[in-house]
Design a protein around this ligand. Structure first.
Ligand code: AP5
Ligand code: MG
Ligand code: ZN
Length: 211
């Protein structure tokens, strides 16, 4: 398996927003554990039933569940050229498990301050058909009510995108996930990006890392 890239950062940092451009530049498919878990919740699978309560509360799903999910994902044929992980790993045990199964060449950490995060999360909505990510103020549809990328007209908001749950997710990030930055820095893999700029400016900074 070729090396993978990790997109790292707090909730609402812009991981999903920036993933598309990295997929285009590298050809590595995006693997968002959050998207996989939400699909499982919608389908009502055993995984979804396990994950639902944690996600609604804004807490992390247990490591063994996530690691099992990734172990299955990297067996698929499109993983051979490496993957773009979005929102994984989120704990040191998850990073250790990944190290044993797939090489990582770069960890892109997007930094955004907590108050901006609350603002970003509370205004987020996505296209129900293609998943394109929007924001009421920062990234509205060009034509109101019509998805820029697929022309769809149905949109959804995430159940965990309330201000109260975002605060719990931020606490989980600071306590359980942010220690991973030092872990990856020690390995010389960490690249920090200032995410407190426009979507295009952050995208440019990320593109420069990929040249
Ligand atoms: P997950 O789906 O991964 O959520 P998250 O990490 O909280 O991150 P988000 O998806 O909320 O934010 P994002 O960084 O993708 O931002 P986006 O681009 O959408 O996880 C959800 C839950 O699943 C977790 O809480 C946990 O329970 C569970 N889970 C998932 N993975 C797990 C794991 N590995 N281990 C354990 N549990 C796990 O942008 C946000 C908004 O901001 C959008 O509206 C966007 O338009 C806007 N925006 C983006 N960039 C900018 C910018 N530069 N300027 C202005 N606005 C911007
Ligand atoms: Mg996301
Ligand atoms: Zn769409």
């Amino acid at each position: 398996m070729d090396s993978s890239i990790v997109l790292f950062g707090p909730p609402g940092a812009g991981k999903g927003t920036q993933a598309g451009r990295i997929v285009q530049a590298t050809g590595k498919p995006q693997v968002s554990t959050g998207d996989m878990l939400r699909a499982a919740v919608d389908e009502g699978t055993e995984l979804g039933r396990t994950a639902k309560g944690y996600m609604e509360a804004g807490e992390l799903v247990p490591d063994e569940v996530i690691i099992g999910l990734i172990e299955e994902r990297i067996k698929l044929p499109d993983a051979s050229g490496g993957l773009l992980f979005d929102g994984f790993p989120r704990t040191v045990p998850q990073a250790e498990a990944l190290q044993n199964i797939a090489p990582v060449s770069m960890v892109i950490a997007i930094h955004v301050d907590d108050e901006s995060i609350v603002e970003r999360i509370c205004g987020r909505f996505t296209c129900a058909s293609c998943g394109e990510v929007y924001h009421d103020l920062f990234r509205p549809c060009k034509v109101e009510g019509v998805c820029d990328s697929c022309g769809g007209s149905e949109f959804k908001r995430r159940a965990d995108d309330s201000e109260e749950t975002v605060r719990t997710r931020l606490t989980a990030y600071h306590n359980q996930t942010s220690p991973l930055e030092a872990w990856y820095e020690n390995q010389g893999l960490l690249r920090r990006i200032d995410g407190n700029h426009t979507i295009d400016q952050v995208g440019e900074a990320i593109s420069n890392l990929l040249i």
